[in-house]
Write a protein that binds this ligand. Sequence first.
Ligand SMILES: [Zn+2]
Length: 284
Amino acid sequence: MLEQLTKRFAYMPADGSVDRPILGAVLGDERTLYIDAGNSRRHASAFREAVRAAHAVREPMTALTHWHWDHAFGAPYERMPLIAHRRTREALAKLVGLDWSDEALDERVRTGEEIEFCTSYIKKEFGEIRDIEIALPDMTFDRSVTLHLGSVDCVIDHIGGVHADDHSIVYIPEERVLFLGDALGPAIYDGPRYYDAVDLLRLIDRVREYPAEWYIESHSQPVKAEAFWAEITEFRTLAELVLEIGDDERRIEAELAKRLRRELSEDDRRTVEQFVLGSRKKQR
Ligand SMILES: [Zn+2]
């Protein structure tokens, strides 16, 4: 259940069945940093028990990549210093005191405050026991903060993006691990999912600044630099085509297949559609 990626970085894999993202632990000589709190107390407890069973946990603290429930709702388990971007705290503060019953969730979906995707997984993860409580970060930052954990550092940088404008990524220089969270993901709270080509190119340029060997996207699995950049290069090609061609979906598909020198998969076609939607949103 706990995987050791490098000497000082361990993680628990994602579980798509209940939308649990990857959780990370950076093992310093003086402090342990948990990256993301998990989607529930149960998720946090499963992870932290596994870390404790394998390692000496010292003065633990938790950093959140962004406010989304699957990354933040585990934070009330074993309260410890919680650090996040200022906007992550602001977004979480809006959730304090909300009713999480089925009826209340369904009503928020109806009014557009919540989305069906999240409520269905919240219902699944929490079942009848809606022990949801919102823990607010004790420490916030605006652009960047570096945590010195003892023989290993963590650089937390705000990066934003359409997935969540509060999004931060965590770089661990000694391990050359870059924890990206959902930073490269599509917008999910604003109608059908979409990507913004300009923003994606900006994000890719930012990510390129880190000389990482391992890249971690929360709902996937850690990948080595070569595989990561091969995939990102295709993503980049698509974003550039959208800027070049606009919203002509068929033409983008044809040109993309040509440039990638392969047939497009169902996933590729869905991604094209999400970019085209993003491009139409901008024109409006
Ligand atoms: Zn997210």
